[in-house]
Design a protein around this ligand. Sequence first.
Ligand SMILES: Nc1ncnc2c1ncn2[C@@H]1O[C@H](COP(=O)(O)OP(=O)(O)O)[C@@H](O)[C@H]1O
Ligand SMILES: [Mg+2]
Length: 302
Amino acid sequence: MTTDTTTKDTAPGTTPGETVLDARGVTMRFGGLTAVRDVDLTVNSGEIVGLIGPNGAGKTTFFNCLTGLYVPTEGEVRYKGTVLPPKSFKVTAAGIARTFQNIRLFANMTVLENVLVGRHTRTKEGLWSALLRGPGFHKAEAASRTRAMELLAFVGLDAKAEHLARNLPYGEQRKLEIARALASEPGLLLLDEPTAGMNPQETRATEELVFAIRDQGIAVLVIEHDMRFIFNLCDRVAVLVQGQKLIEGDSATVQGDERVVAAYLGEPFEDAPGDEEAAEVEAAEAQAGTTKDTAPGKENER
Ligand SMILES: Nc1ncnc2c1ncn2[C@@H]1O[C@H](COP(=O)(O)OP(=O)(O)O)[C@@H](O)[C@H]1O
Ligand SMILES: [Mg+2]
């Protein structure tokens, strides 16, 4: 499948169309439960890729396999051609940053400090020096603060740099998480439900923010339940159902796939109607002359 991304300038060192993320045969089992089963997924530079699926489909678990939080039971994850080390901080250092479905900020630190902590993989001084203000810290501090303030301005939080993170409204906490993730200067950003709990206005602003991130040369993989958000934003969308990839394609292809609709309604997709059957139903409806309110009657099933 080709994706026609109208890519803007990519960041220096990023080859347009380069495979940034290459996950192959990723399987994650917890005891008897297979949360992710043999999933392949690639993300290329300049792309925004969506990952959707019902609750419990394995989306977050898959993210955790990509970021070294979990070591997959089977499979391999490569970032720009190199197999990732099985440790979160090493994955971040390699160039993958993420946000969490359940916001994880340092609630009692300021907004600026939260972003500075996010920079620790990019400064020689490291996390503890940054937190404890050790001797090497002050030299790097000025440059780090400048960059952190730039990132806060980028997400629209520079005016709140000195506020405590816990005092931010929910939507702004999500933005702060994104700024903190960007502070590690990633080549790939993973967003786990970035608009959860946001109002429509905030969601639209987040859409613009993700486009702006992409335009800076950072590839994006995003999990979200808001279908309008996903289909507006993504060059490609992959659908996960019960741990398996059901379909992958551009927004139109995925939106038009009946198995996707069925998966969201919780019906078994093995028996999803094929094209023939769908055409029959359509023809029957056309003949009956009442296409309204006569969606294929599933009420009596199961
Ligand atoms: N650490 C874990 N231990 C055991 N089961 C888990 C763990 N993490 C997730 N699961 C299970 O894996 C399945 C997929 O969960 P998750 O990845 O959170 O789904 P999603 O993000 O798509 O809603 C669920 O059945 C969940 O209960
Ligand atoms: Mg999840």
